[in-house]
Design a protein around this ligand. Structure first.
Ligand SMILES: [Zn+2]
Ligand SMILES: [Zn+2]
Length: 332
């Protein structure tokens, strides 16, 4: 489907602050998609151009007519997202956030975040698998407990040895694993943690104007499931000491943990990230969570401005020295 403006026909984009589609041309606001189109054919329903490179995309901007459209075939795919955490603020606010965070840097280059509307900031929905992991832990230990009795003035302490057998059922909901191989660690960190209270059922309306993709590989890929499993195992192991609280002199006899994916419950969620890249004085990248505004990255420093600054200071010094010489000249 095309995200077309009913008033002027331009392509609309989703505005997180108005929570609607907004036309960048005429400012019209629409809470609904204006036209259901047929992009199953992988051609632009507006101008007929072939959608090149749209294979894994959920939305696409036609390079010829600039129309945004959902790629319906991918939205209906088996591994399509069922949930999305929409951006809660727009690019303009993202730009203000960055400028505020780097306010203390005195030598930002003039071209840094030049676009007042923040259109030079990339918005991306990163796909994450949500795994449910279930399993059992069987633990056997021997441990001791101390008992003290009082007999008149004497205290007798005896040690008793216990067999400790524990069977624990484990369940972890929504273990997040990034599902796009080419995402860098900074983007993944910016997208997380997944806050399920902010998630909404998937609706293509949120995607207009934002890059978004299907996962690169299937959910049963051992690399992905393996990461969910090792995260769950780490969480289980971190709590193991609680099983034997109050015992001393522990000896471990058995420790078996199994954790497996509940395949029917695995799903994809899209999480929002803003990214800004500045080339000049090296390459600088800034990453921002699209709901909390949390930021990482570094800002460029304009060396020419630094040099100008020091030249100016040096010039001032020379001027005052000259003034001093002048005064001394009069005195002499
Ligand atoms: Zn319009
Ligand atoms: Zn087109």
């Amino acid at each position: 489907m095309l995200y077309t403006c009913n008033s002027c026909g331009a392509s609309m984009v989703y505005d997180p602050e108005k929570k609607s589609l907004v036309c960048p041309q005429c400012g019209s606001v629409s809470s609904k998609m204006s036209e259901a189109g047929a992009s199953m054919k992988m051609e632009c329903p507006n101008c007929g151009a072939a959608l090149e490179g749209a294979e894994r995309r959920l939305v696409y901007q036609c390079p010829y007519c600039s129309s945004w459209m959902s790629v319906d075939a991918n939205l209906a795919a088996e591994d399509a997202p069922v949930r999305i955490t929409p951006f809660t603020f727009g690019r303009k606010k993202a730009r203000e956030n960055i400028l505020e965070a780097f306010d203390h840097i005195p030598f930002l280059p003039g071209r840094f975040l030049k676009d007042q509307e923040g259109n030079d900031i990339d918005a991306l929905y990163a796909p994450f698998w949500l795994y449910t992991m279930e399993g059992t832990g069987v633990y056997e230990y021997t441990g001791e407990k101390q008992h003290s009795h009082h007999h008149g003035r004497t205290t007798i302490t005896d040690h008793e040895v216990y067999e400790i057998n524990r069977t624990v059922q484990y369940r972890f909901d929504e273990v997040t694993v990034d599902a796009m191989d080419r995402l860098d660690d900074e983007t993944i960190d910016a997208a997380l943690p997944y806050d399920r209270s902010l998630a909404k059922p998937m609706d293509p309306i949120y995607l207009a104007g934002t890059e978004s993709y299907l996962p690169d590989r299937g959910k049963d890929e051992e690399e992905y499931v393996g990461r969910a499993r090792s995260w769950a195992l780490d969480s289980v192991d971190a709590k193991e000491t609680e099983l034997t609280k109050g015992y001393m002199g522990l000896k471990k006899k058995k420790r078996e943990r199994t954790l497996e994916e509940v395949p029917d419950e695995t799903k994809i969620v899209l999480l929002p990230v803003y990214r800004y890249e500045y080339k000049g004085f090296g390459t600088h990248r800034i990453y921002m969570n699209g709901t909390t505004g949390r930021m990482s990255g570094n800002a460029p420093c304009d060396k020419r401005k630094v040099i100008l600054h020091y030249l100016f200071e040096a010039a001032c010094t020379v001027v005052s020295a000259a003034a001093l010489v002048g005064i001394l000249g009069v005195l002499l």
